[in-house]
Design a protein around this ligand. Sequence first.
Ligand SMILES: Nc1ncnc2c1ncn2[C@@H]1O[C@H](COP(=O)(O)OP(=O)(O)OP(=O)(O)O)[C@@H](O)[C@H]1O
Length: 298
Amino acid sequence: MGICTLIVNPSSGGEKATGYLDLMRTRLSEMFEEVTVKKTEKQGDAEKFAQEAANHGHDAVFCMGGDGTVNETINGLAVAGKSVSFGFIPLGTVNDLARAIGIPLDPEQAISMLSEAALVVLDIGKVNDRYFVSNVAAGAIPEAVEGVSAEEKTKYGPLAYFIEGGKALAKQTMHRFRITVDGETFTQESPLILIALTNSIASFESFMPQAKVDDGKMRMVVFKEFNLLDSLKLLPQLIRGEIKNSDAVIYKSFKHATIAVEDGENLITNVDGDEGPAFPLEIEILPSFIKVYGPAAT
Ligand SMILES: Nc1ncnc2c1ncn2[C@@H]1O[C@H](COP(=O)(O)OP(=O)(O)OP(=O)(O)O)[C@@H](O)[C@H]1O
């Protein structure tokens, strides 16, 4: 039956984690001979615990938390480089990877799904020296979104990101980027560049309907200069999942890219919802990198 580690972020999702811990431990002890539970106290703990579990020969590592905890756990497993299965119970506000794989957003349902789960193959991405599972965002909007506080997230949920993002958009702050996508180079002024591994970005599941979790590709959307009319046209395209056909963006499907800021600003990036590495960025896909406990195909 094997052994596993369960990493729990007690602060995730308005401190819901502890309430589900016993239920999860019981479920895992039906699936594994031995379950080691580790609680995070600060940033970096989930990554460290995942790496240690992989290096100690654990067969699977699970985590309970938001996208930040999922990202850290994946980073720990990727750095260890061992073949370890991964599972998670979504407890955050956004939960993009859960949405992409079809893991129930209700923690109790996600826990009960585990007994009939299948191992689903998942691509992951690498941006400079960090790994990611959902998305990378760069530009004036992610810069603004970084300022969303934990209180705002609890109060408004994913809407908090849209409010801050909308304010940055209204200010029309642009940066000039030099982008190379699979060997093709271009420059573009943009308020926002999004790189998506899966369909769901910032809880918006119809953003990139064509993106599958194991298709070996990423998608880049470079937004052009916006005026009100453009954004009115863009909104229905976004809702219908047709952003790739919009005149308001440059859309690329790719495996490797580099992005530099030409106007010399020290822009920050956002990776899976948390602050990511500084520019210039090198982004690549690691196809079929890990197996994740997800819903069995019907
Ligand atoms: N015991 C703890 N107390 C406070 N913060 C913690 C603790 N353990 C980890 N953290 C922090 O929590 C962050 C991750 O939170 P996570 O993204 O999992 O949940 P969330 O913020 O509720 O979800 P979301 O990102 O979807 O809003 C980590 O970056 C880490 O810094």
